[in-house]
Write a protein that binds this ligand. Structure first.
Ligand SMILES: [Fe+2]
Length: 389
């Protein structure tokens, strides 16, 4: 853990079940008259809440233009350019309101920058390449998971190079976030579980990384408590709004920790197998995370005791005993949520393992964030073996 560190959090938050009914008044109080409303097409088609909020928003501003964003796959740079063209064509634009999953929010944050910065989106790829401040944005997640509403990252797929690489850094934060569980109630169980596992992976990887600091660890602990205690509700009590609200907060805190410390093995592995085999990001991370914990515990890294103490205290146990128990709890949670154990259904088997290993070898830099050494050629191969038939 670092004793010298930098920490940032550039985000204002409105929090509460049903808060979005005040969104129109809030936007009006900001003085916004010309507003772009970016919404996931699924939310626009199926959410009665959306129809209600859109009416309130429309009544509060002079000009509200809706853009429905397609699909829940990670958007491409080409798609970003297509949308940027439309937004740049507006004579006036005071702000962007975005409602949707992580991809929609990433798209909105990047578009807020592209409205004020010229040229193709690809030229802003990387870190701090956006030079002019964006138009302000309000990001409203409809799933509890990515935490895009609080991070300074936006992930896009480069279709030519077949890899995901984001636009990141200063100006890639949403000006405001709204955490309102009413939005998450209509997400299908599979989406809610994938998103929830994504958040759990975020907080655990942020906790483990060598770049962790006392502040990110504080966020990680509370995020873990909220996620671990409320994730089972996705199966046991799917209509419990308060638990869904707690998951949104857990997701927000997890992401705030993650982008201030960095990710690790499970998150890194999820990118190439997401691009090449379409494994959903949260599920991919969820498949690997407990194995990463097993790997580290077996090699003597026992900081997990700190997390076990929060949810299941055993005052007389050693850190090693606690860490082993922690790994058991993670496996049990994954089983409870029916997270698959293998990658078979996405076409990853032992027959094409060499190909998959070749895709993860370039991730060695991310693997080096793990608290104990993890080699792409050998350890990643073993880990993929554990999750293939
Ligand atoms: Fe993630």
């Amino acid at each position: 853990m670092r004793d010298k560190f930098f920490f940032q959090l550039d985000n204002r938050l409105h929090y509460g079940v049903g808060w979005s009914r005040g969104l129109g008044d809030f936007v009006k109080s900001l003085g916004w008259q010309h507003v772009a409303l970016l919404v996931d097409e699924g939310v626009a088609a199926h959410s009665a809440y959306y129809k209600e909020i859109k009416l309130l928003l429309g009544a509060a501003v002079g000009e509200l233009t809706e853009f429905q964003l397609r699909g829940n796959e990670e958007p491409s740079y080409d798609y970003l350019d297509e949308l940027a063209g439309k937004l740049r064509a507006f004579a006036k634009l005071d702000g962007i309101v975005a409602i949707g999953g992580g991809s929609a929010l990433d798209t909105a944050k990047a578009l807020a920058c592209l409205r004020t910065n010229p040229g193709p989106a690809l030229q802003y790829r990387g870190f701090d390449n956006v030079k002019v401040p964006p138009v302000p944005s309000i990001c409203v997640p409809s799933t509890a998971g990515t935490g895009s509403e609080v991070t300074i990252n936006a992930v896009f797929t480069d279709t030519e190079e077949k890899r995901k690489l984001g636009i990141n850094g200063r100006y890639l934060n949403a000006t405001y976030a709204v955490l309102d569980a009413e939005w998450t109630m209509s997400a299908p169980a599979s989406v809610a579980i994938s998103s929830g596992m994504d958040a759990l992976v975020h907080t655990l990887e942020s906790f483990m990384t060598g770049n962790a600091n006392p502040l990110t660890r504080a966020l990680n602990r509370e995020a873990f408590r909220l996620l671990y205690t409320n994730l089972p509700s996705l199966v046991d009590a799917p209509n419990d709004k308060n638990k869904r609200q707690a998951l949104l907060l857990g997701s927000y805190l997890a992401a705030a920790g993650l982008f201030n410390s960095g990710s690790g093995i499970a998150g890194a592995l999820s990118y190439p197998i997401g691009v090449h085999f379409k494994v959903p990001h949260g599920i991919a991370g969820g498949i690997f995370i407990a194995s990463v914990v097993d790997f580290n515990v077996a090699r003597g890294w026992h900081d997990y005791a700190e997390l076990l103490d929060i949810v299941e205290p055993h005052p007389d146990w050693t850190a090693e005993q606690k860490s082993k128990r922690f790994a058991e709890l993670l496996h049990a949670l994954s089983a409870h949520l029916d997270v698959p154990k293998t990658l078979e259904r996405w076409g990853i088997t032992r027959k094409n393992l060499d190909h998959v290993v070749s895709l993860v070898v370039p991730l060695q830099g991310a693997f080096n964030q793990n608290p104990v050494p993890f080699k792409a050629e050998t350890d990643a191969r073993d880990m993929l073996m554990r999750h293939t038939n």
